[in-house]
Design a protein around this ligand. Structure first.
Ligand code: MLT
Length: 241
């Protein structure tokens, strides 16, 4: 029986059957899954995604580990009292190597937590799409791609990245594309010559630019810039070995 790929454009209405026992790829291209990928690439030991700033602070106290950093955003800006925001450019080796990161973002960490029932849960972004597709294609199970979206609304940047992933996956095996996957790939085909321009033109891309964060958008657009694949399991994100 052929394996299926499906894409969910927001977290709304994803049936449990599309998650349980599937290989999941969670996307928040601007910027959470990009930032987490960069943190792990820079030597961060592990990342713990949580839903609220209060949960993050409480967990840091409970862990009582001086290697713990708090990162994340609300309204795209660093949370007061946190060590880091949600810009991938902040997560340098000097700052995160050998550290544990607790992160909370508006949509990204919520999407990651929604994927908790998956057999394998990968975090995808433009910067690691070829590597994620390479690993997910070997999972020998249906693949569900979850777009974080923006507060339950459709986000172009996540759907575009989903389409890129579908395209890469389809090149590596005999997959049946459900309609969500086909639509995402078709959308990606419209922009594959210049995906960076599409990211820039997206609602969230423009919002980040208005905040002076256009360098983040450019960074997040670099398709295949890293081979690092974050894997989520048991509440923790680590680098796939
Ligand atoms: C989110 O989780 O909503 C984001 O990653 C927003 C951002 O910081 O750009």
């Amino acid at each position: 029986m052929s394996l299926e790929i499906d894409v969910f454009a927001t977290l709304n209405g994803i049936p449990d059957e599309a998650i349980n026992n599937k290989a999941i790829i969670v996307i928040d291209a601007l910027r959470a899954t990009t930032t987490i990928t960069v943190a792990l690439a820079a030597g961060c030991l592990e990342v713990i995604p949580v839903l609220t700033p209060e949960e993050a602070i409480e967990m840091r106290e409970r862990l009582g580990d001086e290697r713990v950093l708090l990162g994340g955003e609300r309204n795209a800006l660093k949370i007061p009292g946190f060590d880091l925001g949600n810009s991938p450019l902040e997560y340098t080796t000097e700052i995160v190597a050998g550290k544990r990161l607790i992160i909370t973002t508006t949509n990204g960490t919520r999407a990651i937590r929604r994927a908790a029932g998956g057999r394998l849960v990968f975090l995808g972004a433009m910067i690691n799409a070829p590597a994620v597709a390479g690993l997910a294609a070997t999972a020998a199970t249906d693949i569900t791609i979850i777009c974080a979206g923006t507060r339950d609304r459709f986000s172009l940047e996540d759907f575009l990245t989903a389409g890129l992933l579908v395209d890469q996956l389809a090149g590596q095996g005999e997959f049946v594309l459900r309609d969500g996957a086909q639509a995402a790939r078709d959308y990606y085909y419209c922009h594959r010559v210049d995906p960076a321009a599409a990211l820039k033109a997206s609602f969230h891309g423009r919002l980040l630019a208005d905040l002076g964060l256009e360098a983040d958008v450019e960074f997040c657009s670099r398709v295949g810039a890293t081979d690092v694949v974050p894997v989520y399991g048991g509440g923790i994100i680590k680098k796939a070995s």
